[in-house]
Design a protein around this ligand. Sequence first.
Ligand code: FAD
Length: 514
Amino acid sequence: MERFVRAEVLPFADAIERQETGVLRGLLHRAGELGLLAGTVPTEYGGLGLPRSVTALLYERAAVVPSFALAHNVHCGVGTLPLVWFGTAEQKARYLPGLATGERIGAFALSEANAGSDALAARCRAERTSDGGFRLTGTKAWITNAGFADLFTVFAKVDSTHLTAFLVPRDTPGLTLGREEEKMGLRGSSTRALFLDGVMVGPDAILGEIGAGHRAALYPLNIGRLNIAAGALGAGKTALRHAVRYARNRRQSGHPLADFGLIQHKLGEMAARLYTAESMVYRVAGLLDTPGMPVDEYAIECALVKVYATEALGYVVDEAVQVHGGYGFAEAYPVARAYRDARVSRIFEGTNEINRLTVMEQLARRVGKGRLDLGTSSPGHPGGEVAILRTLTRETILTVWEKIGTATDGNQETAAICTEMIIGLFAAESAWLRAAQLAGPTQEWAEDAANIVFADACALAHSQLIALGAHLGDRGVWQRLSVDVPEPWFDAISARRRLANALVEDAVSPIFAR
Ligand SMILES: Cc1cc2nc3c(=O)[nH]c(=O)nc-3n(C[C@H](O)[C@H](O)[C@H](O)COP(=O)(O)OP(=O)(O)OC[C@H]3O[C@@H](n4cnc5c(N)ncnc54)[C@H](O)[C@@H]3O)c2cc1C
């Protein structure tokens, strides 16, 4: 993927951005010839049936050109997975081989103008016809790949009630497309509305069962969240590479920018967050590869990693622009586009607000089943402070549930406080677990990164607990919980400098900035 994107996609990045006819579609087709679209398709249907950890790597490495990466990501992820999981043998045999080779491109049509975050409230109708088929009517919004997709997974309500997924080929009469959306970023990706004007489909177009559309929608979105996180990681690494190169070459006051402490702070922090995002992405991908695991088992982890990685990307592209000064604001340099492209990753595949709430809603369900599992033990962390943070996070959640209840309705901010602490915990723990597996200088850099992220998580927990105690009007809560917040005595300034210097000397690139 990396070689293909650099050699065959990057030279067309501007043509993609201008949406020159056929360019993106042609590159997807070429990717298909190389087997790069076959990862999620089972081998019996012409695919490679790759583990999630490998497909995540493909999404990450594609993100050197984010508009291409999104098209690839949607095609292989939500454009293909509903069919893999819920299709009949006949449906799979008809469509999957073409999706694996790129002869067919897939799209996922769930959102509507008035049903975005609340996607299951879709208004598209599927009326039964006398021959056992359905007439689809309504409008879908924001459909990625719509301009050149051949197969749409469309969600509509049967009898105005039962959300159901349908497989609708592009050439079905009554299906038309809106014009391309004029977007802030990812301008090269195709995003259009889908108009369904009495589209007639047979009973064989139903994907799964009538009324089971929520499963066909939500299961793939879990994996989609991991995939978006992997893409954010790849885009972040690309932006960091640009920032490092610029900081090395640009001189002010007789020095390269990279000599200045405040620039080193940015580079070190970018590296720490990307290292952590990487540790989380492949940890969650590995969990999803556990044989026999139901696909929704790790919904919480998929939401956490989506939020962390996309917000890490937001930080990285913002600081990459800052490192470039005025030139960062100019389209002649790549970071301006990277900045625009990054923004939507916090909006689609469930906004980060919805994902924050999802974490607590899913956790409440787990407790209902007798489980409150907040991660594994954390070998390698001196003093076992991650374990203390885990206990504190669990105590905070239980306190919120005891004082306010488990429902997030009307209590979104306190739910988000808990989620913030869980994210900090999961991030720090993932960073440490991975650092413990490394050796030599790489391990030292990884430990620096893990320490930076852990110190941030503790500082955040501290401020969140003050906010929680004050909101509850209960100083006792704050006093009881804050006693346990770890206070790592760690020189993060020197750690960021070490990371920045290693990046500038290219020493650290295999792990942080490849
Ligand atoms: C470039 C792009 C590509 C896309 N591709 C696809 C695609 O291929 N297929 C598809 O089906 N969809 C796609 N989407 C749609 C995307 O999934 C939605 O935009 C997203 O789910 C948010 O919905 P919305 O835009 O209606 O915002 P809204 O749901 O209106 O949200 C607006 C704001 O309110 C917040 N909010 C909403 N509800 C709540 C709540 N209950 N509690 C707290 N805060 C809330 C949100 O977090 C957000 O900040 C795409 C969108 C974009 C921009």
